[in-house]
Design a protein around this ligand. Structure first.
Ligand code: 5RP
Length: 224
């Protein structure tokens, strides 16, 4: 069984929780992609939902799929959000931002009554920050100074895309990928990094997920 299949079964399972009339947060990434395709089919078969996308890429895919979209200006509360993650621990702490959408993802997660995460089994670890570098979105102005401050905490970080061609997020910012040897206290680290001037947001989602659906070679597993 390849990873794409495991992503697909997790993402499609999540769509079973969507009911007619719901306002649904639409995450970003290659796993959520399968949920968007599935939702597109459900909409064509009569499901009536409103999606709030977490990135320009997701907005494009959802539009192609015929999913009706809106914004947080129109809807203060989202009933359910389906999103992916880069690393998940047994306490439902997450690292997100591999797809550079972490700021919008966190805003939408915070506005959601339920956050459902879909991953394949390779994303599960005992402590987040063990297998995946933590993305930190920073503003362009004075980014070198911000990076120095971030490095005092994590030791080393890389500007995503490199200095010659840095990746620019949907919000016009840069991303630093920070390598940790595990983040044993995610709640503290999430606050600490966000306290640095120039940091917009970081990819730790400490205890925000309500349920993680994991696609494994033994079928679907749940963490909740
Ligand atoms: C985007 C994200 C993604 O949800 C995360 O990177 C997982 O992506 P994928 O499903 O492609 O592995 O946080 O910012």
């Amino acid at each position: 069984m390849n990873t794409e299949y495991l992503k697909k079964i997790a993402a499609e399972k999540a769509t079973e929780e969507i009911q007619n009339g719901m306002v649904v947060g639409l995450g970003t990434g290659s796993t959520v992609y399968y949920a968007l395709l599935k939702l597109g089919g459900m909409v064509r078969n009569g499901l009536d939902i409103i999606g709030i996308p977490t990135s320009e890429n997701t907005e494009k895919i959802a539009t192609e799929q015929g999913i009706r979209l809106s914004t947080l200006a129109e809807y203060a509360t989202i009933e359910l959000t389906i999103d992916g993650a880069d690393e998940v621990d047994p306490h439902l702490n997450l690292i997100k931002g591999g797809g550079a959408a972490l700021v919008r993802e966190k805003i939408i997660a915070n506005a959601s009554e339920r956050l459902l995460i879909v991953v394949d089994q390779s994303k599960v670890s005992q402590v987040i920050g063990t297998t995946y570098a933590l993305p930190v979105e920073i503003i362009q102005f004075g980014w070198e100074a911000t990076q120095r401050m971030v490095n005092q905490i994590c030791g080393k970080s890389d500007l995503r895309g490199g200095i010659q061609k840095p990746l620019i997020t949907d919000n016009g910012n840069y991303i630093l990928d920070c390598k940790f040897n595990g983040i044993p206290e995610p709640e503290k680290m999430e606050l600490l990094l966000n306290n640095i001037p120039g940091v917009v947001e970081n990819g730790i989602f400490a205890k925000r997920a309500d349920k993680v659906i994991v696609g494994t070679t033994d079928g679907i597993k749940y963490m909740e």
